[in-house]
Design a protein around this ligand. Structure first.
Ligand code: ADP
Ligand code: ASP
Ligand code: MG
Length: 245
């Protein structure tokens, strides 16, 4: 079992979703596909929530709970579309609502995952719904009493790592809009160098210094189980990208 994660840029329009299907069609192993909201949808849902609740302060728990109920719909929507398109294209898959399985506390907008409960729920679910390909949401989870939660902005990479950890996956691949991890942000630094291979520690240190390429919580669960992490170019899937191990 491998985990593939596609960020917002990789599902931002119909052409990209068709290209995603081409990448999936080449893969022979069982897969869990973790998907972000399309394009900048999360930002738009964030603005929409502010419009619903203009007087809220950042600390207001009611606001944060509402935020998570609204913002989490971005991933529920994108995964429905990706799953339906893959089925249409002959890539049979099972859509999975991770908010019923990835159990978190009620720290809305920065929810903490209960790994033990989540692991049992997800394993049971996969056993009850056997499939070669699952499509599910990054970034979101759910509380014991049925509220949806979010794990912190850009949290989809972290979801992919958590699933790999809980299911002892063979690898995680983050498909991004860059050729891999560079010494600096290639959009800002012209002579940034592509790094072919790095340790978890080196990658975590780069992110710690401000490189917003992989969510910072992604490395720990993978390091604990020695699961390799690939950062690969969505638009050039034949390229090797970066291996973090
Ligand atoms: P995703 O689509 O998975 O959410 P992100 O947008 O979060 O992907 O991350 C990819 C972006 O990270 C790239 O577009 C790039 O501008 C930025 N980035 C920042 N630092 C780096 C780096 N050191 N190497 C590669 N990309 C970087
Ligand atoms: N869609 C969420 C965000 O934009 C999570 C993610 O993309 O990783 O923050
Ligand atoms: Mg991201």
């Amino acid at each position: 079992m491998k985990i593939y994660k596609f960020g917002g840029a990789s599902v931002k329009n119909a052409e990209r979703i068709r290209h995603l299907a081409d990448i999936i069609a080449r893969e022979k192993d069982d897969l869990i596909i973790v998907v972000s909201a399309m394009g900048k949808t999360t930002n738009q849902l964030e603005e929409f929530t502010q419009m619903l609740y203009p007087d809220a302060t950042y600390e207001d728990k009611d606001y944060d709970r509402l935020y998570d109920q609204v913002v989490s719909t971005g991933e529920l929507q994108s995964t429905r579309i990706v799953s339906a398109y893959l089925n249409h294209a002959g890539i049979t898959n099972h859509w999975m609502d991770i908010t019923a399985l990835l159990r978190t506390d009620d720290t809305f907008r920065e929810a903490k995952v209960d790994k033990a409960v989540s692991q049992k729920q997800i394993k049971d679910y996969l056993n009850q719904h056997p499939a070669h390909i699952y499509v599910t949401q990054g970034f979101i989870g759910g509380t014991q009493d049925g509220f949806r939660t979010t794990l912190g902005r850009e949290g989809s990479d972290y979801t992919a790592a958590l699933l790999a950890y809980m299911l002892d996956a063979d690898s995680v691949t983050l498909w991004k809009d860059v050729r891999g991890v560079y010494s600096a942000d290639p959009r800002k630094v012209k002579d940034a160098e592509l790094i072919r291979e790095m340790t978890y520690q080196e990658a975590a240190a780069l992110v710690e210094k401000g490189a917003q390429i992989v969510h910072k919580k992604t490395f720990q669960p993978l390091m604990e189980k020695q699961i390799p992490l690939y950062v690969k170019p969505f638009l050039h899937p034949e390229e090797q990208g970066t291996l973090i191990h």
